[in-house]
Design a protein around this ligand. Structure first.
Ligand code: B12
Ligand code: SF4
Length: 406
């Protein structure tokens, strides 16, 4: 069975190349299950449409797998059409939020054949095994497909309980040096080492989140928060440092730290194991409350933390309530102050244009909120802004999926 895995390019004009963590887990699961496959990494190499077409045309494929966030819908749609043009019998499998959040649109308006819903590590292997053995895909949990003009949704695939037992991502499946070399462009200020020297890769430490903010969508939405043990995280970091001479790790997950105990345990493990690397992680704005917590933050800093990401989203209490954020501006301010005491800069984000009672809050109100944060709190970095001279007045905008009541 000839299989192709495609990593799409969401922002072909951007100089930044971000390793696809979710697809990395999928490709690793496939490799561990004994499948051989080709990889077409459009993002790493920024292949032109002609190059992509040549690659796809060159070999007969039976199965093509791809997946990305929902904003990549248009790209997935045109790739699926191209694949079917050259390989009409190939099964096109799509995962991630472009599949999970808009499954009906994906399956009825594109040439995708099968959508993998939510966590894909086990489902992809079950699905490939079934296709390879000409079995009935209706027996595979966690997928959707069209049969006789109707969408069939199989029972959900149970979530992996102990995510610490998952194999580490096999970065060598992709052209990993491209991503490591490019990582210097994407790490935020302040930099612990000269930008040119940065060698970073991501490590995923958790899946899901303890909160349920109204505007936030991800494929683990509504599932229990799961996090890896410090042993497992540090073992992966050590392997990556040894293999690729890294000096920086991005903890890329929804929520790295949900409790003070969990934060302290990871910091302690890094210190005890004497692993030296710089890292960034995420938490919520109500994790640290007291002066007594500063010692944990100092431990995090000692363990290499260069910035902590958490968002207030809005400084307007009414909007925060409508968002179900369950965070107050006071908590945000207090935590920011404590982290500053410990010498850890804060990376934060705002949501502008949230609609309240079916009417958008005047943009002026949002901007006042921004100014309030700028003047009172002065977060050191603005999340996702890769500009070296970044200040909070330089906003990096992104697209949010439109959702009812948001
Ligand atoms: C780390 C992260 C980033 C990183 C790196 C992104 C990257 N390229 O990996 C940074 C900070 C740079 C980033 C940037 C952005 N991000 Co981001 N990010 C995340 C975060 C927190 C974790 C992603 C992750 O690695 N998860 C861990 C892996 C294991 O989960 P996963 O990716 O979902 O993969 C699983 C399944 O989806 C499925 N799957 C995935 N791919 C495939 C493929 C196949 C074939 C199959 C079968 C299954 C499958 O199986 C995987 C394993 O179980 C998510 C939140 C989240 N929980 O996903 C947001 C998230 C994906 N980002 C989001 C957004 C909006 C963005 C930006 C557009 C923000 C902006 N304003 O610029 C940019 C886009 C940049 C880009 N080009 O990708 C949204 C997407 C919203 C949506 N509805 O789709 C999310 C969900 C956050 C949110 N709730 O708003 N992001
Ligand atoms: S805390 Fe962050 S990741 Fe968690 S639900 Fe809210 S916005 Fe999403």
């Amino acid at each position: 069975m000839n299989i192709l895995v495609i990593n799409v390019s969401l922002r072909p004009q951007s100089p930044i190349k971000l390793f696809p963590v979710g697809l990395g887990y999928i490709a690793t699961a496939m490799k561990y299950a004994g499948y051989d496959f080709d990889v077409l990494d459009i993002d790493a190499h920024r292949y032109s449409d002609a190059e992509v077409e040549r690659f796809i045309r060159n070999k007969q494929y039976d199965v093509v797998c791809m997946g990305c966030i929902v904003t990549g819908y248009k790209i997935v749609k045109s790739l699926a059409a191209l694949i079917k043009e050259h390989h009409p019998n190939a099964k096109i499998i799509v995962g991630n939020s472009v599949a999970t959040s808009i499954v009906e649109i994906l399956l009825t308006r594109t040439k995708a054949d099968i959508a993998v819903i939510s966590e894909g590590d086990i489902t992809i292997v079950n699905l490939l095994n079934t296709i390879a053995n000409s079995g009935n895909i209706e027996e595979v949990n966690g997928i959707c497909f069209v049969k006789d003009g109707k969408i069939v949704r199989t029972p959900p695939q149970p979530l992996i309980k102990g995510i610490s037992s998952l194999p580490f991502i096999d970065f060598s499946i992709f052209d990993v040096e491209v991503y490591i070399d490019n990582s210097k462009l994407s790490v935020g200020e302040p930099l612990p080492i000269p930008r040119e020297e940065v060698r970073a890769l991501p490590v995923n430490t958790a899946r899901g989140c303890v909160a349920n903010c109204g505007f936030c969508y991800h494929v683990f939405k509504g599932t229990p928060y799961r996090y890896r043990t410090p042993d497992s995280i540090v073992a992966e970091v050590k392997t990556l440092i040894d293999t690729y001479s890294l000096n920086y790790i991005n903890f890329w997950d929804e929520l790295t730290f949900f409790s003070r105990r969990q934060s302290e345990a990871l910091a302690q493990k890094i210190i005890d194991e004497d692993v030296h690397f710089h890292w960034v992680g995420s938490c919520r704005a109500n994790l640290f409350k007291d002066d007594d917590d500063v010692f944990i933050m100092e431990k995090l800093k000692q363990a290499g933390c260069v910035a902590m990401g958490y968002s207030l989203e809005s400084a307007d209490p009414e909007i925060l309530k409508a968002m179900n954020k369950k965070i107050t501006t006071e908590q945000f301010a207090r935590q920011t102050e404590l982290l500053r005491k410990a010498g850890i800069p804060v990376a934060t984000a705002l949501v502008l244009g949230y609609i309240l009672r079916r009417r958008p809050r005047p943009l002026r109100r949002h901007l006042i909120a921004v100014w309030k944060i700028e003047f009172i709190l002065r977060p050191a970095i603005f999340f996702l802004n890769q500009d070296r001279r970044c200040t909070i007045t330089q906003l990096n905008t992104g697209l949010l999926m439109m959702k009812k009541n948001t």
